[in-house]
Design a binder for this molecule. Sequence first.
Ligand code: NAD
Length: 543
Amino acid sequence: MPVKRINKKAVNNKSSLKRTAVNKPVPSINPATGKKIGLVPVTDLSKMAEMMKQARKAQSEWSLLSYRQRKEHIRKIRNYILKNPDEIATVISESSGKTRVDAMATEVIPAALSAEWYSQNAEKILKREKLPVASVLFFNKRNVIERYPLRVVGIISPWNYPLSIPFGEVVMGLMAGNAVMLKVSTSTTMVGVEIDKIIKYGDLPDGLFRLLVGPGDRIVDALIENNADKIFFTGSTETGREIMTKASRRLIPVSLELGGKDAMIVLPDADLERASNGAAWAGYQNAGQSCGSVERLYVHDTVYDKMLELLSKKTKALRFGEDRDFNVDIGSMTTGEQWEKVEMQVNDALKKGAKISAVSSRGVKKRGSFYPPILMYDVNHGMDIMKNETFGPVVPVMKFNTIDEAVKLANDSTMGLTASVWTRNIKKGIELARRIEAGVVTINDHLYTHGQPETPWSGWKKSGIGFTHSKLGLLEMTRAKLINWDIIRSRRNMWWFPYDRNVYEKLRLSLKLALPLSVTDYLKGAFNVPFFLIKKMFSSWKT
Ligand code: NAD
């Protein structure tokens, strides 16, 4: 894809933009500085049928390779990341406004780790699996499950982790033997271009991987019209619902990773120093724009004041603004639209009686880009800020008195992506984790497991359908097939024609043999069924 690094003169001159509009380039803007950083041509969707044909052809070649051979290609991709981490982190930071520390910790490192883990483990996870025969009635049968690629998968990704979210899925898709068409968010197109570049180092067959640039609805329509085999979507619940509705018309399966309203529960015996550090990081990092960030903080009454005091101090100390020389903790919001949503929720909460415990003053709030980290209290579940995803650097905190009350509050949400429990008593923490309606519950930590490719990530309730990451995510990239055969070739199964009373009786006794309620039952079955079964297997059907 011919991408132009920005030429300042061209950017400042709108008519020159018009002239280059033959390819309809999308200008990419650094949200922290407002500077344009690139122009990316929109994919010509009238060529989708051709691109799909090419993808299917490339996939046929690719799927013939062994896992070991596929791994060699992914290794080259991984090595490119390992050799160029700074360049990649800078592209991410410039495109999204996040700090380079965030880009390195939550994007570059997870991307490299996922290339390593999926390439190392795909064979083990996807290899044919023998199923032990569970009942004597099927002693003559053997079963294996085999995994096949879906063929061409579409991946639609959001702007908040523009590298690590789609990259892990691309690698999973490729290792499972698929062709991949990736559409990244138009807010972070330059990261898509970077992914395209990284993947090129894998020397894949032409057309096996394709970056699609342009409006999401049109790209998804084109994927569906051209019968993509599955759509993996990560983004808002509303868009996920829309995509699922469209895909259902052609029975195209979807995997949806959607929004969250994650709860963090601090028990009386928690290490408050760790809990406050953890809440600050998981609530404010990436300017709070994480599907699994701390969106609701519930603290036990006995430690509430202390926790609030510690977290207030930490909130005030955070530096936010443009990442010039690693001098800030929090970068900018990625889109102006998101900034407005956060501002609206904060104002709504304040109007309804919420108070601000601390706000970072170490930066300049700038409409559309920088939003100061804010800690709020006196909030309740009647407020938007406790009900709907905020996706900004705001942590609202509430008190609870009993564990039951904490569980009730945490589960009082239509979403269930992740949650966390903070306690020194791990056994108690695990018990509480079991009661929380979420796809991931961490104890004394929050959010970070997205960076561990071996752990599954999935939402309960309206937070998603299906899995990504880990063994479960890899399985989502395949179709399963059962292959079944007899070890002794026979003429008939016991339950085949011709039917008569004797067949019925023996079937009834076989139930006793398979699932005896008493020793007598078992013996009756054992004396009668095997002989009949073998006789029927080898006798001719006399008509
Ligand atoms: P979004 O739904 O607006 O967009 C996601 C992707 O879909 C983008 O590529 C976008 O261009 C495309 N898109 C937008 N409208 C579309 C349409 N009508 N049809 C088809 N595609 C369309 O989400 P976003 O604002 O980019 O991301 C933020 C949301 O993503 C938050 O709700 C966040 O919680 C969620 N998210 C979830 C996870 C998870 O793993 N569960 C991870 C990251 C983000």
